[in-house]
Ligand binder design. Structure first.
Ligand code: HEM
Length: 297
């Protein structure tokens, strides 16, 4: 991946200088601007990946620059820098589209961590764009029939893999419990009668012993050849055994129909950059609504 292009906007020379040294040592290219007009001029000239923006720029407010900067380059990750005393302004900045905020004084480790997060997000979004294209191509090839029959659904093999990979990383049934009726032994451990045994599909699905690049979203791992090599109980989003989910087939079919119907007609993207928090109660799910922008294709 090419170096990140970073713009540092601050009216204090020392801060610009310190940031430059720190960011360049992390292998990114740095441009400096000391005022809002100079920053805007630079943003018009160069497609920056990241903009470190001081919220107090002489008489100008960095807040106004966020919208103007994003209008020029919607993909720029704007990090606003602010003192602890004005943290509310920083939160307002994030509401206005800033990627994150960085309280002053900051450490090189914090800068490194931020740039690393941005790099990961950039490479993930390139990969997600590629996955989206494959999903769309498969949905378009399956034709425009209103009702998706079982045969046509089976042809949606990549869509199926995307669903399987989603259920691997985020299994709604993230924890299954069983109570022993009588004494037993499990993996060398003695189980007394009436012991509750917890089995976590979430942990199992991310266990490095069974999955390479366990944290990465790679639907292709569910292609037949890879799947054959896997331990048969390493993937259990619907549980296994006599009490496994009786709705497994209908759930998969429903999800294929939903995906196929949506992907053929719409493009969805996240409306904000806010990190997604999870809630792990009976089901694993996002803590808040995921706001999406819907475009017709
Ligand atoms: C993505 C969707 C679904 C997932 C991930 C899922 C997952 C699971 C899991 C993990 C269990 C085992 C729970 C345990 O033993 O503690 C289970 C059981 C069950 N599921 Fe699902 N399920 C899904 C959809 C459905 C649907 C659509 C239906 C009905 C049409 C259904 C009906 C059931 C029933 C009745 C059981 C209890 C089976 C038994 O105890 O014998 N599920 N499901």
């Amino acid at each position: 991946m090419r170096n990140l292009a970073v713009l540092v906007v601050d009216d204090e020379k020392n801060i610009r200088h310190t940031l430059r040294i720190c960011i360049e040592s992390l292998g990114a290219d740095v441009t400096e601007a000391s005022s809002a007009p100079a920053a805007l001029e630079a943003i018009r000239r160069t497609r920056f990946d990241v903009v470190f923006l001081d919220l107090r720029l002489g008489t100008d407010s960095g807040l106004d620059l966020i919208a103007e900067g994003l209008a020029e380059n919607p993909n720029a990750a704007i990090i606003v820098m602010t003192a602890y005393a004005t943290i509310e302004t920083a939160v307002e900045a994030v509401r206005r589209g800033a990627w994150d905020y960085l309280p002053k004084p900051f450490t090189p480790a914090e800068i490194r961590h931020l740039l690393e997060r941005i790099r990961v997000q950039r490479s993930t979004s390139v990969r997600l764009a590629d996955l989206e294209e494959r999903l769309q191509a498969e949905a378009d090839a399956a034709g425009a029939s209103e009702a998706l029959g079982l045969g046509a659904a089976e042809a949606l093999s990549f869509t199926h893999q995307v669903l399987q990979e989603s259920l691997r990383l985020y299994p709604p049934g993230w924890l299954i419990t069983r109570r022993a009726i009588e004494a037993d032994e499990l993996g060398g451990f003695a189980i007394a009668p009436r012991t509750d045994v917890f089995i976590s599909p979430y942990m199992l699905h991310r266990h490095p012993e069974f999955w390479s690049e366990a944290e990465a979203f790679r639907p292709e791992r569910f292609a037949a050849a890879d799947a054959d090599e896997r331990h048969k109980f390493a993937y259990i989003p619907f549980a296994v055994g006599p009490r496994h989910c009786i709705g497994e087939n209908i759930a998969m079919f429903e999800m294929l129909v939903h995906m196929h119907t949506m992907v053929r007609r719409f493009r969805l993207s996240r409306a904000t950059n806010e990190p997604i928090e999870f809630e792990a109660q009976i089901n694993l799910r996002p803590r808040s609504n995921l706001m999406m922008t819907v475009e017709t294709r």
